[in-house]
Design a binder for this molecule. Structure first.
Ligand code: AMP
Length: 435
């Protein structure tokens, strides 16, 4: 037994798991197509400066950072948004907007490993850039719903809030951005009392403290009732009133176009990433108390990276967690699989013939393997059964003289002699297996 293990927080996907992962990935790609998001592929390694610019202390402290051999400070990406924003601020700067950009790949965060929390994990990421309108926010929420449904998940719960509401109150109070960020991070961790203390220490007014205290309490599924209460809470803060209106419009668009979605509005909801400016959301299922995906609006990030002012809204879905949720809900991925076969030469001297037939079939798009363990026919067939292989082609001298082989259907348990050129049509006639 080898002593080598995966590095803490990293994991292997064995064939069955890899299949499910690729299924989820294929659904993420179909959703990108359906919502017309174009794929971009960005590097796993980016400059530390870029990745740390606006990620927030939490994500920053968990980055895999190192110096490359050229002495550059680099890091493994802890999210996609910074890379997409870099592109939009540079190479894509003069392209007409909006951009609908999609990425899929591995992400690295030095999180404490536990169920659904890994140090290497997979995300599908969608960014809609160039629009500040609520319909753009609605598109991002709706596509998230569509992806979770396509993965076969049910009982989805969307938690939606708006950092603009809190930020506008803080801005009106002239609270420094650093103080705001610390308060938001504490709120993200549900440490509301600590957040309130920070705000109080920064000499926020009693009016501000009351509003924040009330907002933190406000959440519920009767979403427009919650919105109304939010309006009352923030009535003394002009810009915050606008932010609540914006949230209300987004919710109207979402609920009117997709009635069956379950949404909780949470006025005290904050997210770890610092760059959010507007609506934020997360999606989860009751079986798992961690988010399957999350996102929101970030209107100032592109500017911060030196680009044109570009409002934007986006979402990242955790593919590992979607997989976990599928397991918990016993959602079966719809994977239609090609039939597979094995070619068994009954004699050592027929090996070349077996390989030749295999090559011909593969050229016709048929998946086959050649018996490579030198086993006798009975043993090879037994093993093929165990591995749920669909058919076996037995290459024997007698049939070969007639240009034929023995074709054994391992599912139907039938056998016939088939001319080699007729093999593809014989195999393709049988229905593909469903898994
Ligand atoms: P975030 O970029 O923090 O908004 O995360 C987006 C999504 O990525 C989350 O909703 C999770 O589904 C997933 N995610 C974040 N951190 C981890 C992790 N350590 N392991 C697995 N999935 C993660």
């Amino acid at each position: 037994m080898s002593e080598y293990k995966t590095v803490r927080g990293m994991r292997d996907f064995l064939p069955e798991e890899a299949k499910v992962m690729r299924f989820i990935e294929s659904q993420a790609r179909s959703i990108a197509k359906l919502y017309d998001f174009k794929e971009i592929i960005t590097p796993v390694v980016e400059s530390y400066e870029l990745l740390s610019a606006k990620a927030g202390e939490e994500v920053k402290s968990r980055m895999f950072v190192f110096k490359d051999l050229g002495g550059r400070d680099v890091a493994l990406r802890p999210e996609f948004t910074a890379s997409v924003a870099r592109l939009v601020a540079s190479t894509l700067r003069t392209e007409p907007k909006p951009f609908r950009l999609f990425s899929i790949g591995s992400i690295y965060r030095y999180d404490e490993p536990q169920k659904g929390r890994y140090r290497e994990f997979w995300q599908s990421n969608y960014e809609l850039m160039g629009s500040n309108r609520p319909e753009a926010d609605a598109e991002i929420i709706l596509l998230t719903n569509a992806l979770m449904k396509a993965a076969g998940l049910k009982n989805l719960v969307f938690k939606i809030g708006h950092v603009g509401v809190l930020r506008e109150i803080f801005d009106q109070e002239k609270l420094k951005e650093k103080v705001q960020n610390v308060a938001m991070q504490l709120m993200d961790k549900k440490q509301y009392n600590d957040a309130l203390k920070i705000i109080e220490k920064a000499e926020a007014s009693a009016k501000c403290l009351t509003a924040i205290r009330e907002l933190i309490q406000l959440k519920g599924e009767n979403i427009f009732a919650v919105i109304e209460k939010m309006q009352a809470c923030v009535s003394g803060f002009k810009q915050a009133v606008e932010a609540v209106k914006n949230l209300s419009e987004i919710l109207k668009l979402v609920t009117e176009s997709k009635k069956e979605m379950r949404i909780i509005v949470d006025a005290g909801f904050a997210r770890g990433l610092e760059y959010y400016t507007g609506m934020i959301f997360e999606v989860s299922v009751p079986e798992l108390d961690i988010a399957l995906g999350g996102g929101g609006r970030y209107d100032r990030l592109i500017e911060l990276f030196g680009g044109e002012p570009t409002p934007a809204v986006g979402v990242a879905h955790g593919l590992d967690r979607i997989m976990l949720a599928m397991q918990m809900q016993k959602a079966k991925p719809k994977i239609s699989e090609e039939k597979t076969g094995i070619i068994i030469p009954i004699k050592e001297e027929l090996k070349t013939e077996a390989l030749k037939i295999a090559e011909g079939l593969r050229q016709s798009g048929i998946a086959v393997e050649v018996e490579v363990m030198g086993r006798k026919m009975a043993k090879a067939l037994e093993d093929a059964d165990r591995r749920k292989i669909d058919f076996a082609i037995i290459v024997g001298e007698k049939e070969l003289k007639e240009g034929a082989v023995a074709f054994r259907d391992l599912k139907q348990r039938s056998q016939s002699t088939v001319l080699i050129p007729k093999l593809p049509e014989t195999i393709k006639r049988k229905p593909a297996k469903q898994k």
